[in-house]
Design a protein around this ligand. Structure first.
Ligand code: CA
Length: 272
């Protein structure tokens, strides 16, 4: 009996050491993804540093430095071969994802880089039935805005469409699509007003108005807020109106870029 009890911890110890060794070995093994004539190779160099390389015929076409990478092959152009979607996640609280899309059609190149920060790519969905998916992305532009607690900031989305050359904002063309629509924010605002949730009402009013601005329905949203919200909610929002406009005006331009550099990430388009 004593013998058995002694042996059990030894065996467990051996198993744990073997597992750790296995993990260490697994970590040092590069992860390989085949993408037609290209190979994607992800090397984990430390818990906080990985290097992803896109290689063709033994030559690195692009390398990306980051913390943690995930890759997927997705059809973005509506014709074979599929495109390469790389998501880089730097980890940490409220931080930070960057998505990269590459194609090899006509020639290998970057199609889109999206700085999602604490949000990112939410969905690829063909919203207009042309077999070329639109990209639904999130923005945290109103996190830490106007004194609202971060936990309740309005989550907004954009719809990006391929125009044959680049991704452009097509949100206003499909105002009823995406994730959270104008009516979603209006309903949230109405229910926050009903329950007397002041913080929720401010967040929803900001979301409603900002979504109106993104959709091209700002007049409708502003008019409703003016007529239907208590003075403290609408004053709070309209005092911030200039800041809301400035934040939205710069937002997508700062998040969306394309880079033909061999070494990524590129310098951020905007300082923050
Ligand atoms: Ca394709």
């Amino acid at each position: 009996m004593v013998k058995v009890l002694r042996e059990v911890p030894v065996k467990r110890g051996v198993i744990v050491v073997a597992m750790l060794l296995g993990l260490a070995l697994a970590q040092s093994q590069p992860q390989i993804v085949r993408w037609g004539e290209y190979t994607v190779r992800i090397e984990s160099r430390s818990p906080t540093e990985s290097l992803l390389r896109i290689i063709r015929a033994d030559r690195t076409q692009v390398e990306i430095r980051g913390v943690r990478f995930e890759t997927q092959l997705v059809e973005l152009t509506g014709q074979e071969p599929r495109e390469l979607w790389i998501n880089e996640n730097s980890g940490g609280t409220n931080c930070c994802t960057t998505a990269y899309f590459f194609t090899q059609e006509r020639s290998f190149r970057n199609m889109l880089i999206y700085y999602g920060r604490s949000t990112g790519i939410l969905e690829l969905r063909d919203v207009n039935g042309d077999k070329i998916p639109e990209v639904i992305v999130g923005t945290d532009v109103f996190a830490d805005f106007g004194g609202l607690p971060r936990a309740v900031y309005p989550r907004l989305t954009y719809l990006l469409g391929w125009d044959g050359v680049r991704y452009v904002d097509v949100t206003a063309r499909y105002p009823t699509l995406g994730f959270s629509t104008l009516s979603f924010y209006r309903q949230s605002l109405e229910s926050a007003l009903k329950t007397g949730d002041g913080v929720g009402a401010r967040s929803a009013a900001l979301g409603y108005y900002a979504r109106g601005l993104i959709n091209g329905q700002a007049a409708e949203a502003r008019d409703w807020i003016s007529k239907n919200t208590p003075a403290e909610v609408r004053r709070w929002l309209f005092d911030l109106e200039g800041e809301v406009l400035r934040a939205l005006y710069a937002d997508l331009g700062c998040r969306l870029t394309v880079s033909y550099s061999k070494v990524l990430p590129p310098k951020p388009v905007c300082a923050n």
